[in-house]
Ligand binder design. Structure first.
Ligand SMILES: Nc1nc(=O)c2c([nH]1)NC[C@@H]1CN(c3ccc(C(=O)N[C@@H](CCC(=O)O)C(=O)O)cc3)CN21
Ligand SMILES: CC(C)C(=O)C(=O)O
Ligand SMILES: [Mg+2]
Length: 276
C-alpha cells in the first residue's frame, strides 16, 4: 500500500508505529521499500555519510536533488522526504518556497523537511501553502552545529524543555504534517508526542514517539567516524563488506578469480586459425 500524508496520520491515530530510514541511492531505497518501510528520508546527512564532510553545512541543492531523484526511482510505496540543505530556506520565504519546489519538482519527493522552530514558521507556512507537505525538525538540528557547540542532546533544562514544547506546537500550527525530534530525553519526547496531533518521528528520542528514523549507515555499521548513542547496530554489514573486498583482492592475486564460469567462450578452431 502506498504511504501518504493521510495514511501516516492514521498510523499515529491508530498507534501503529511509523518506520523511516535515510536513503541516498536507488538500490538501497528499493531494498528498504521492498522490506516495507513507511518513509524514506534523503537526509542532508548524505554530506557526512556519503560525501565525507565533517558536518552537513557544505551540502548543496544540487547534491540533494541528485540523490533525491535516485531514491524516488527506487521507492514504490514509501513516502519520500527530501531534506532542505543549509541556507536553502533560512535566507527568505522566497528562497524556501523556490528551493522546496525544486526539490519536489526535480527530485520527485513527496514532502520536504527543514530544521528549526519559531524562526522558520513563516517558511513552513509558505511552503505548505504552495501545496508541498512539510516535515519539521527540532531538538538537535545539525545545521546549527556551530551555534549549539556540537552534536549534543537538547532540552535537558526546564527552560530548554519548555522552549522545545513551544517550538513543536508552533511548527504544527504553521502547517507541518509531521516533526522529526532529534536527540532529546525520552520523557520529554513522550510529552511532546502526547501533546501534538501530528506524528512525531524520533531519533535518539526514546520509544514513545509515533515512529523512528535512523541513518542506515549507522544501523548497518557502514560508518565508523563516530557512533551516536542512539545508533543501534542491526547488522554488521560493514564487516561483511570489508571481508568480501579482502576475498576479492586475495582471489584476484592468486588467479582463483575469475573462474571459467565467469567468462565467455570462443570456438577452439578460431583460436587455432589466429595462431597460424
Ligand atoms: N552517521 C550519522 N548519524 C547521525 O545520526 C547523524 C549524522 N551522521 N549526521 C547528521 C546528524 C548528526 N547527528 C549526530 C551526531 C553525533 C551525535 C553524538 O555523538 N551524540 C552524543 C551525545 C552527546 C551528549 O550527551 O550530548 C552521543 O553519545 O550520542 C548525535 C547526533 C545526527 N545525524
Ligand atoms: C538525522 C536525520 C533526521 C536527518 O535530518 C538527516 O539524515 O539528514
Ligand atoms: Mg538532515
Amino acid at each position: 500500500m502506498k504511504n501518504t500524508v493521510a495514511t501516516l496520520q492514521a498510523q499515529k491515530d491508530n498507534h501503529d508505529k511509523i518506520t523511516m530510514l535515510t536513503a541516498y541511492d536507488y538500490s538501497t531505497a528499493k531494498l528498504m521499500d521492498e522490506a516495507g518501510i513507511n518513509m524514506l528520508l534523503v537526509g542532508d546527512s548524505l554530506g557526512m555519510v556519503m560525501l565525507g564532510y565533517e558536518d552537513t553545512l557544505p551540502v548543496t541543492m544540487e547534491d540533494m536533488i541528485h540523490h533525491t531523484k535516485a531514491v524516488s526511482r527506487g521507492a514504490k510505496n514509501a513516502f519520500v522526504v527530501g531534506d532542505m540543505p543549509f541556507m536553502s530556506y533560512q535566507t527568505s520565504i522566497y528562497d524556501a518556497v523556490y528551493n522546496a519546489g525544486r526539490l519536489m519538482k526535480e527530485g520527485r519527493c513527496h514532502a520536504v523537511k527543514l530544521e528549526g522552530g519559531m524562526s522558520v514558521c513563516p517558511q513552513i507556512k509558505a511552503i505548505v501553502e504552495a501545496g508541498i507537505p512539510v516535515v519539521g525538525h527540532i531538538g538537535l538540528t545539525p545545521q546549527s552545529v556551530n551555534a549549539l557547540g556540537g552534536f549534543k542532546v537538547q532540552g535537558k533544562s526546564e527552560e530548554a524543555a519548555r522552549k522545545l514544547i513551544e517550538e513543536a506546537k508552533a511548527v504544527e500550527a504553521a502547517g507541518a504534517f509531521s516533526i522529526v525530534l532529534e536527540c532529546v530525553p525520552a520523557k520529554l519526547a513522550e510529552l511532546i508526542t502526547a501533546s501534538l496531533r501530528i506524528p512525531i518521528l524520533g531519533i535518539g528520542a526514546g520509544v514513545h514517539c509515533d515512529g523512528q528514523i535512523l541513518i542506515y549507515q549507522d544501523m548497518l555499521a557502514l560508518f565508523s567516524d563516530f557512533t551516536p548513542k542512539f545508533a543501534k547496530q542491526f547488522a554488521n554489514v560493514g564487516a561483511l563488506m570489508k571481508q568480501a573486498f579482502a576475498d576479492y583482492i586475495k582471489e584476484t592475486k592468486e588467479g582463483a578469480f575469475p573462474g571459467p564460469e565467469h567468462g565467455f567462450k570462443i570456438d577452439d578452431e578460431v583460436i587455432e586459425k589466429l595462431k597460424q
